[in-house]
Design a protein around this ligand. Structure first.
Ligand code: EPU
Length: 413
């Protein structure tokens, strides 16, 4: 349980870890070659531990020392992702591409739904079928086969992050050229492509919506440093936006956060980027804006709960539109328990800023909503007790400690 009391203004400097949503895919990509991988700037979070467990279940050896992760991949592995691990972390689906690419077979549990509601994997399967894989689904498992994948043109119906990643990891060892159109453009995709290229693959265009992959016969193990976590950085910026103050987020890359920066500026936060990171100067109370989530470079869906918290306390009325995940408004009732004035209808929420929120016991349903409840608690009278803290720990190495170091009254209770 996390306990938050009204705080602020915040001040000081805080660092960010490497990006969770990049490192999980780099770990999956390590299945593409045998040998020792060294990945630096890796956060000590539950999701990394679970992905490590999954790789170990397949036969790899994984060690996490400080922020350095080493993965030793043997020549042969068991290409299977069991239910109990996939159910815990649906990002495990990204092992499908590398397993099919290198071993021509994969047995991966169907992930099922999660806190965001129904989450289909149809596009993952369709994209890999375009490269020549075949799938059967029985007893809750996807069984995939391919002799050797062959390069092809793949047009994505939607620029899905996970599908783009699975396709890149499958295509690097395919025969011939793959062109992925309407690809996701998130910075984590470019990081994965950089990792794969260091391993010897031929990927161009990552970070744009057309990515070309020249298949090669073999790849080799590498060292790599993960990009900084833009969502973690956004969480500290939201915290200072919530209660005012001046903080520097060391290592944050402004070029990965353009839309967030522009929205926060519209709300009244002054932001400056320097080689050190991002410095934010925030007034006591922000102005409301409208926010609509979209694939990168739009406002990330992972920022959405943070904006909801900011708007709940801001001056004016803002409309939040969630375009990426159908079920990502479930935490709104928790904010309402804290006195927020939010009316949600379908994928729109109308948020009327109230001066001060009111501390209450609430429950975090997922990582980002949990972080947003912590941020909201900073501007709430009295005490906010956030249950479900384990969700927050899936994605943040030390959210509580870092916010406390900026002067926030937050602790584990
Ligand atoms: N979708 C389909 N069919 C598919 C795949 C996706 O309909 O086969 C839909 C999804 O249901 C969703 C949309 O496409 O409506 C976008 O999903 P996407 O595949 O882009 O998301 P993801 O790869 O499953 C990653 C992050 C999420 C982040 C999203 C969007 C990881 C491990 N997860 O998920 O991060 O919200 O991209 O940017 O990289 C988090 O970190 O807390 C988190 C949830």
């Amino acid at each position: 349980m996390i306990r938050v009391r009204r705080s602020g203004p915040l001040s000081g400097t805080v660092g960010v870890t490497g990006a969770k949503n990049s490192v999980l895919k780099l770990m999956a990509a390590s299945l593409l070659a045998s040998g020792r991988f060294t990945i630096r700037n890796v956060p000590r979070i539950a999701d990394v531990r679970w992905m490590g467990e999954l790789l170990e279940r397949m036969g790899a050896t994984v060690a996490h020392d400080g922020d350095v992760l080493t993965i030793d991949v043997p020549d042969t592995i068991t290409p299977e992702a069991p239910y109990e691990l996939v159910e815990r972390m649906r990002a495990s689906i990204v092992v499908l591409g590398p397993l099919l690419g290198r071993f021509g077979e994969a047995r991966v549990s169907v992930p099922g739904g999660d806190d965001f509601g129904h989450r289909p994997i149809d596009m993952h399967l369709k994209g890999l079928e375009d490269l020549g894989a075949t799938f059967t689904i029985s007893h809750g498992y996807i069984e995939g086969r391919a002799d050797r994948l062959r390069g092809a043109g793949v047009l994505l119906e939607y620029p899905s992050v996970g599908v783009t990643e699975n396709l890149l990891m499958a295509a690097v060892l395919a025969r011939g050229t793959t062109v992925v159109d309407n690809a996701a453009r998130e910075p984590e995709i470019a990081d994965l492509a950089a990792f794969l290229n260091r391993m010897g693959s031929g990927i161009t265009g990552a970070g744009t919506s057309t990515i070309t992959v020249e298949g090669v016969d073999a790849l080799h193990a590498v060292e790599h440093t993960v990009i900084p976590d833009r969502i973690e950085a956004a969480t500290y910026l939201a915290a200072v936006g919530m209660v005012g103050g001046r903080i520097t987020v060391e290592g944050a890359r402004a070029d990965h956060m353009d839309m967030l920066i522009s929205k926060l500026r519209e709300m009244g936060v002054k932001l400056e980027s320097s080689p050190e990171g991002l410095t934010a100067l925030a007034p006591d109370r922000l102005r409301s804006v409208d926010v609509a989530t979209l694939p990168y470079p739009g406002v990330a869906t992972d920022y959405q709960p943070l904006f909801m918290a900011l708007l709940a306390g801001a001056d004016g009325v803002g409309i939040v539109t969630e375009n990426v995940f159908g079920g990502r408004f479930r935490y709104i009732d928790e904010l309402v328990r804290m006195g927020a004035d939010i009316r949600a209808e379908g994928h729109h929420a109308v948020v009327r800023g109230v001066g001060a929120l009111s501390g209450a016991p609430v429950r975090a349903p997922d990582i980002r909503a949990g972080a947003a409840l912590v941020v909201a608690g900073l501007a709430a009278d009295g005490e906010t007790l956030i249950g479900g803290a384990h969700h927050v720990e899936r994605g943040y190495q030390d959210l509580v400690g870092n916010l406390a170091s900026l002067g926030a009254d937050v602790a584990y209770a």
